[in-house]
Design a protein around this ligand. Structure first.
Ligand SMILES: [Cu+2]
Length: 507
């Protein structure tokens, strides 16, 4: 280990903006620290303690004893390192893998069960900068503008209908011009492929037999919009039986029997979609990654095929003893929970969780940098600070918590994106309900794409438009979540490593 593996500095003094305070603190960790997180694990936080890491333990080793709860839904899960500051590089380069929970009696043969890991095609740029290499000038413009924004004048504030927010970057500056639609970055997105193969990979399957594709976005930072089409280019609905490990039907004994038809799935980093396909002899289906609106200071998403599936004549036995059928939408557990919330608003606490970014200039030993925050902004005097756990002597989890909730309660969170790019929400130890999926209905997930907001003209400062934040609503049911301290964060790991993570305690 190098002595300078872990660099922390104070950064800039606190700033005031609107009614609230913004702390800066800069941390740089070389990817020498690691640990493990079982993404989607619904057991106690202490069993897969992500606050422990190989740098934080005396022998530079961590021991985990993990029991998968009997109530863990049968489906597809993922494990990856979660050491703050170094997780992004490690995941981008492939340090991760799938874990699968089988139902009591598997419904499908192993040969019809396919794990489809979408990883970056290597080599991949790891600095995650959206600007070209000569983009230093645009950063300098952004920092100067940012530091001039201080404004301690109180404004009226509704956390659930948030005010427009300043943007981080100028529309034009330092030789870089941003996309005025707010959707596309100036640099192309690094492409994904199956297991690092040359895209698209090929999969031959026996014709007429139900196949399960476990689609996993194994990238560190790149949500993907996945579609399926036939040989004539016609869109084919994805028959989704599970999202993020959880059967869409809620049927834990026969999770593959009922599917939700979706035109596309928005698969965020570490998100999973379990999809059934049945091909005729000679039929081909192609899975592709499609363009979507990622944000002006994100990347330019491009169409590319990732997997071609061919149906081939086979003498093999039928592999499934069930015929998949569409789920009854009103019977889905996600629909029922949202109906309960609508019928009983007084029983549900609302909370605003806001994603923000700011640019900070060089001060002393601290280089210029972007800081990323995820903050409970329900109280108008909220305080933005990067992930900053505090430990009592001998403590295995932080003594400070950004959000405290009661076990047994239900909360509705407004995920508010006040930045120029997309984000991804993830919370540990539990799933939750996303009120609107790409199928237009509620679904149960553990990872959610948080779309970018919309540009508003700014007459005082035309080169710096304002952002009308986007709002994505989720319902969190804390009735079955083990008490303890854990985290929620942006699952674009560059953002997480640079501060966009917060602690939650269930008491
Ligand atoms: Cu983010």
């Amino acid at each position: 280990m190098h002595a300078d593996a872990h660099v922390a500095a104070d950064g800039n003094p606190p700033r005031r903006l609107l009614n609230h305070t913004i702390d800066d603190s800069y941390m740089s960790v070389k990817p020498v620290d690691t640990n493990i997180h079982l993404h989607g694990f619904e057991g106690p936080a202490a069993e897969e303690n992500i606050f422990l890491s190989t740098l934080s333990t005396p022998m530079h080793a961590c021991e985990y004893r993990i029991t998968i709860p009997a109530t863990q839904p049968p489906g597809t899960y993922f494990y990856h390192p979660h050491a703050h500051g170094s997780a992004g590089t490690e995941v981008a380069l492939g340090l991760s893998g799938a874990w699968i929970v089988e139902p009591d009696r598997p419904q499908i043969e192993r040969s019809a069960d396919h794990v489809v890991l979408l990883r970056y095609r290597l080599p991949v740029r790891l600095d995650n900068r959206f600007v070209p290499d000569d983009g230093g000038a645009v950063n300098a413009d952004a920092e100067k503008h940012e530091m001039a924004l201080n404004d301690a004048t109180p404004v009226s504030y509704d956390p659930f209908n948030p005010p427009s927010w300043p943007v981080t970057y100028p529309m034009s500056g330092g030789g870089v011009t941003l996309d005025p639609s707010g959707c596309n970055g100036v640099a192309p997105e690094p492409m994904v492929s199956v297991d690092g193969s040359l895209a698209p990979a090929a999969l031959d399957v026996p014709a007429g037999q139900v196949q399960l594709l476990r689609l996993i976005d194994a990238t560190s930072d790149s949500p993907k919009r996945l579609q399926l089409r036939d040989a004539a280019g016609r869109l084919q609905p994805l028959h989704v039986v599970g999202l993020d490990g959880i059967p869409v039907s809620g049927n834990m004994r026969a999770p593959l029997t009922q599917y939700l038809a979706m035109d596309y799935v928005m698969l965020a980093p570490m998100a999973r979609a379990d999809v059934l396909v049945t091909l005729g002899a000679g039929e081909t289906l192609t899975l592709s990654s499609e363009h979507y609106c990622e944000g002006a200071d994100a990347f330019f998403q491009m169409h590319h095929d990732v997997l071609r599936i061919h149906g081939v004549t086979s003498a093999a036995q039928e592999t499934a003893d069930f015929i998949p059928r569409p789920v009854v939408r009103s019977e889905m557990p996600a629909a029922k929970l949202v109906a309960f919330v609508r019928a009983n608003p007084s029983l549900v606490r609302r909370r605003a969780i806001t994603f923000t970014e700011y640019s900070f200039p060089k001060t002393g030993k601290t280089p210029e940098h972007q800081s990323y925050y995820i903050t409970d902004t329900t109280d108008r005097h909220f305080h933005e600070h990067p992930f900053r756990p505090v430990y009592a002597p001998g403590g295995m989890a932080p003594s400070n918590a950004d959000v405290v909730v009661r076990a047994g309660s239900i909360e509705e969170w407004y995920l508010i994106n006040a930045t120029m790019e997309s984000h991804v929400f993830h919370i540990h130890q539990m799933s939750y309900v996303q009120e609107a999926s790409s199928a237009g209905i509620p679904v149960t997930v553990d990872t959610t794409f948080v779309r970018v907001g919309t540009f508003l003209p700014n007459r005082r400062d035309p080169n710096y438009p304002l952002i009308e934040p986007s709002i994505t609503k989720i319902v969190l049911d804390f009735r079955h979540v083990p008490k303890g301290t854990f985290v929620f964060h942006c699952h674009m790991l560059f953002h997480e490593d640079n501060g966009m993570m917060a602690t939650i305690r269930v008491v």
